[in-house]
Design a protein around this ligand. Structure first.
Ligand SMILES: [Zn+2]
Length: 79
């Protein structure tokens, strides 16, 4: 599943609670302060198809979370 597909599948519009959205990938000039850039100039726009509300995501956050989990060790039972 791509980053965009994941965003669309979990989308819930903050404005109208719509469940459908479209994505577009954009590149912005790298003039952002470090906190906003994540070292990348590429962003994914997620736009609600009902009201047009748009959220912006950095694909790098997804890449980070997709890194192979270090050995899925079974969690100790808490009971
Ligand atoms: Zn909406």
């Amino acid at each position: 599943m791509t980053f965009e597909e994941k965003l669309v599948s979990t989308f819930c519009c903050a404005k109208c609670r719509g469940k459908t959205a479209v994505t577009r990938t954009i590149r912005l000039p790298g003039k952002f302060p470090p906190l906003l850039s994540f070292g990348s100039e590429e962003f994914v726009l997620l736009t609600c198809t009902l009201c047009g509300y748009t959220e912006i995501y950095s694909p790098l956050a997804f890449e980070r979370s997709e890194q192979p989990a270090t050995e899925t060790k079974p969690l100790p039972h808490e009971v």
